[in-house]
Design a protein around this ligand. Structure first.
Ligand code: AP5
Length: 219
C-alpha cells in the first residue's frame, strides 16, 4: 500500500504519519527526515541539500527522486510518503516508478490548514536529536521539560529551518511549487482525501484513519 500525505510545512504530516504507520503496517518515509540524516552523516547528498534546506527552497528534483525511489524500494512499496512528491515533476516520476514495479498510489491525503496557524506551530516545534520524536512547546509538551518521552534523550532542539524568515520562505515555496501537486492528482482522476488539519492531533488522526479505512473497504 502506498499513501501520499500532502500539506504545507507544519500541517502535521510527520506527526500524523507516526500515528498511522502501525495501524496500516506502513513504513514512514519522510523526505525531510532522510535529508536531515544525510546531512548529519556528512554525505555528498547531505552537503548538496544543505543550502537549499537552510534557505527554505526545494532541493533539486533529480536528487530527491533518486533518494526517494531508493527508499520506496527498500520499503518494498509499502509506505506512507511524507514531504514527497513536492513538485509536479516529482509526482510524475513517482507514478512512472511505481508503474514500472506494478504498483500504484492507493490514497492521497491532503492536510488543509491556514498559513497563520502553521507559523505558530513551526516556531514552537522541538525535536529529539536522538530518536526524532516531535514535540511542541505548547500543544505537545514532553512529560519532563527538555527530555524526550520516548528515548529519554536530553536537550530537545529546534530545527535550523524553523526560524521565522525561513518559515515564510518555505510557505512561499509551498504555494508556488507544491500546492500544484494536489491538482496533479485530481486531474489524474484520483480521489484526494481532504482533511481539516486545524484541529486537535487526535481528531485529525481519527479522520485520516476513517477515510483510509473507507477507501480500503471500497476497493
Ligand atoms: P520537511 O522536513 O518535509 O519539512 P516541511 O514539509 O516543511 O514539513 P514540516 O516537517 O515542517 O512539518 P510537518 O507537516 O511534518 O509538521 P509536524 O508534524 O512536524 O522538509 C524540509 C526541507 O527539506 C524542505 O524545506 C526542502 O528544502 C527539503 N525537502 C524535503 N522534501 C523535499 C522534496 N520532496 N523536494 C525538494 N526538497 C525537499 O508538526 C509541526 C509542529 O506542530 C510540531 O511541533 C507538532 O507537535 C505540532 N502539531 C502537529 N499537529 C498539530 C495539531 N493538530 N495541533 C497542534 N499542534 C500540532
Amino acid at each position: 500500500m502506498v499513501v501520499v500525505l500532502l500539506g504545507p510545512p507544519g500541517a502535521g504530516k510527520g506527526t500524523q504519519c507516526k500515528r498511522i504507520i502501525d495501524k496500516f503496517k506502513l513504513t514512514h518515509l519522510s523526505s525531510g527526515d532522510i535529508l536531515r540524516s544525510e546531512r548529519a552523516a556528512g554525505t555528498e547528498l547531505g552537503k548538496k541539500a544543505q543550502s537549499f534546506m537552510d534557505s527554505g527552497k526545494l532541493v533539486p528534483d533529480d536528487l530527491i527522486i533518486e533518494m526517494m525511489v531508493g527508499a520506496i524500494t527498500k520499503a518494498k512499496g509499502n509506505c506512507v510518503l511524507d514531504g514527497f512528491p513536492r513538485t509536479v515533476v516529482q509526482a510524475a516520476e513517482l507514478d512512472k516508478e511505481l508503474k514500472r514495479k506494478g504498483n500504484v498510489i492507493d490514497a492521497v491525503v491532503n492536510l488543509i490548514i491556514d498559513d497563520s496557524v502553521v507559523e505558530n506551530r513551526i516556531t514552537g516545534r522541538r525535536s529529539c536529536p536522538t530518536c526524532g520524536a516531535v514535540y511542541h512547546i505548547k500543544s505537545l509538551r514532553p512529560k519532563v521539560d527538555g527530555f524526550c518521552d520516548k528515548c529519554k534523550g536530553q536537550s530537545l532542539t529546534q530545527r535550523l529551518d524553523d526560524k521565522p524568515d525561513v518559515i515564510r520562505e518555505r510557505l512561499k515555496t509551498y504555494h508556488q511549487q507544491t500546492s500544484a501537486v494536489v491538482g496533479y492528482y485530481t486531474d489524474a482522476g484520483g480521489e484526494v482525501l481532504d482533511v481539516d488539519a486545524d484541529r486537535a492531533i487526535d481528531a485529525v488522526t481519527a479522520e485520516i484513519i476513517e477515510k483510509l479505512e473507507s477507501l480500503i473497504l471500497a476497493k
